[in-house]
Design a protein around this ligand. Structure first.
Ligand code: ZN
Length: 319
């Protein structure tokens, strides 16, 4: 049976997949223009402190990201020490990400609190959640790459934050923001009536999801799907088909969603990554509850903002 296409309506709830920013890559190397854009009266800076985002106090409209002007940012941070990262343009608005110093106390900025993106993503317009995820991913990369991976000298921020270049003249190694591919797979039973879901011991009680794992160097995505499913569940799969993707900067992944068909049915969680793994019928999965307080269902679905849910819903809705 061919997998159904992930339907477009469903995709709209998938967090961090909103479009809208022009990344304007051609501008990154132009230092003078970048300086002008940063000081432009329309410029907006996305502040990140300890991997948290500034969220304005919720009114009737719910939580909204609070952005800074250049002048506000200058008041809180030495911009020569921590240069802003150019994110791109929306209409006449230049966007930058800025990492605030990692003190134990958040900088005091009126009318906002620093909150975890995962806590607020579902409450934000997808376009804004996507922008925050982009800012977060870029700044985490900078935090973790302050020195050259080749010679250990300091690595300077270059190309408006889209690369770092070693300051050792004998080296000059350049590195670029990285994204680590993760394959995440809904495995359908050979007879098509059940799907394979498992849970890790550390997950909230009753929570089951699809199988996921990092792609390794020298491996195709299809091979990574087959290897991860076999390692975690003992199941052999074939016919891995790409469904959809989701940026997941926690800290630096992109989730690549697949559907695959099992050719075996005996489950063995030998590598201990999963504490349990089972075949579930559509009827059983439809009875799963949500991860919200008070939901008494013994089994719980991944949240609607996650690609695992899209993969499961797509299978559930198949005729
Ligand atoms: Zn170097």
């Amino acid at each position: 049976m061919a997998p159904a296409d992930a339907d477009d309506t469903r995709k709209s709830t998938l967090a961090f997949t909103g479009d809208g920013i022009d990344r304007a890559g051609v501008l990154r190397a132009d230092a003078a223009q970048m300086d002008a854009l940063l000081k432009d009266k329309n410029a907006r800076l996305v502040p990140v402190w300890q991997q948290r985002h500034l969220i304005a106090h919720a009114g009737d409209a719910g939580p909204r990201p609070r952005y800074l002007s250049f002048a506000e940012a200058e008041a809180h941070i030495d911009l020569t020490e921590r240069p802003p990262v150019f994110l791109g343009m929306t209409d006449q608005t230049p966007w930058f990400a800025i990492g605030l110093p990692d003190g134990t106390q958040p900088p005091e900025i009126n009318d906002g609190d620093f909150r975890s993106l995962l806590d607020v993503a579902a409450l934000l317009p997808n376009q804004e959640a996507t922008l925050l995820a982009y800012a977060r991913g870029m700044l985490i990369w900078h935090e973790n790459h302050r020195h050259c991976g080749r010679c250990g000298a300091a690595a300077a921020v270059t190309e408006s934050g889209h690369s770092r270049t070693c300051t050792n003249d004998a080296c000059k190694h350049r590195s670029f923001p990285r994204t680590d591919p993760v394959v995440i797979t809904l495995v359908a039973h050979p007879d098509g009536t059940r799907c394979l879901l498992g849970r890790q011991a550390a997950w909230p009680k009753g929570f089951y999801s699809t199988v996921a794992g990092f792609v390794e160097p020298g491996e195709t995505l299809e091979a990574a799907v087959a290897r991860e499913v076999r390692e975690e569940t003992g199941i052999t799969v074939t016919d891995a088909r790409y469904m959809s993707s989701q940026p997941w900067p926690f800290p630096s992944s992109i989730m690549l969603g697949f559907r695959a068909r099992a050719t075996t049915t005996d489950i063995h969680c030998d590598d201990k990554e999963l504490e349990d793994c089972r075949w579930f019928t559509r009827e059983e999965v439809r009875a799963f509850g949500e991860r919200v307080p008070g939901d008494a269902q013994p089994y719980k679905m991944p949240p609607p903002t996650a690609i695992a849910r899209l993969l499961i819903d797509s299978w559930l809705n198949e005729k």
